[in-house]
Design a binder for this molecule. Structure first.
Ligand code: BEZ
Length: 235
């Protein structure tokens, strides 16, 4: 009975503090699982390393493979854009640190860039399993192309899963970060195919009477539930 009570209490704690209920079943709004891992830039304690930044954790299947080489090159080229948006990026595959380090030489050479972000070596699938990055019916012994965007409060804000054969569009991931940051700061959402500089949608939670004060640039009410305003953080 006592044991049952302790277990119930622990489960309640896990539920209340927003941790994923099952490792590997991370969902939007969950706290991103914390971990310590070896990377090409030394040991990373994930939460400490993130600090108050936004985070992008992304996995790829394997070092020395063509699509992955172009992807890590593309991420390296966005270094300044990520820094400007207060985003830290960390990659992961199940290959070793020495393999990652040798491969970085190839990425820098072939993609004409410099990889400055850490790459996690996860040979025991510890982080991969924590985040559900292994999809055995697609790839048995490697991680698929997963992306997690994590907010400064450590909550998971986006999850993407791509197959090995399709390289991701990291400009799209940056676009999502901008949308998430706008939502975090203003009461807005972004419409289909929204791009930086386009009008945004005023949250349905904002009352009509409150719009002029909250959105001094003006607004358009296309329908009572569809109200747009210029992107609020631009001059
Ligand atoms: C690639 O990065 O090209 C790749 C990796 C694993 C399987 C298929 C393609």
């Amino acid at each position: 009975m006592k044991k049952l009570l302790v277990i119930s209490f622990l489960s309640l704690g896990i539920f209340c503090f927003g941790q994923p209920s099952h490792p590997g079943y991370v969902r939007l709004g969950d706290l991103a699982p914390d971990f310590t891992a070896e990377t090409t830039l030394g040991t990373v304690k994930f939460y400490d390393w993130l600090g108050n930044s936004w985070g992008i954790l992304f996995s790829h299947p394997s070092d020395f493979t063509p699509v992955c080489t172009t992807e890590l090159g593309a991420v390296a080229k966005l270094d300044a854009a990520f820094a400007k948006m207060n985003v830290k990026v960390i990659a992961l595959s199940v290959d070793s640190i020495s393999s990652h380090r040798r491969w970085i030489g190839d990425i820098n050479e072939t993609q004409h860039t410099t990889v400055n972000f850490p790459i996690i070596a996860d040979p025991k699938f510890e982080v991969a399993n924590l985040y559900g990055m292994v999809h055995p019916n697609a790839m048995e012994k490697a991680t698929v192309r997963s992306v997690f965007i994590i907010a400064p409060d450590k909550k998971v804000k986006l999850m993407l899963t791509y197959p090995a054969s399709t390289g991701r569009n990291f400009d799209e991931i940056l676009r999502v970060v901008e949308s998430l940051q706008l939502t975090a700061k203003y009461s807005v959402a972004t419409p289909a195919n929204w791009k930086h500089g386009n009008d945004v949608i005023i949250s349905p939670a904002v009352k009509d009477d409150d719009i002029p004060k909250k959105f001094p640039k003006g607004h358009t009410a296309i329908k009572p539930y569809l109200r747009t305003t210029p992107q609020p953080d631009l001059k």
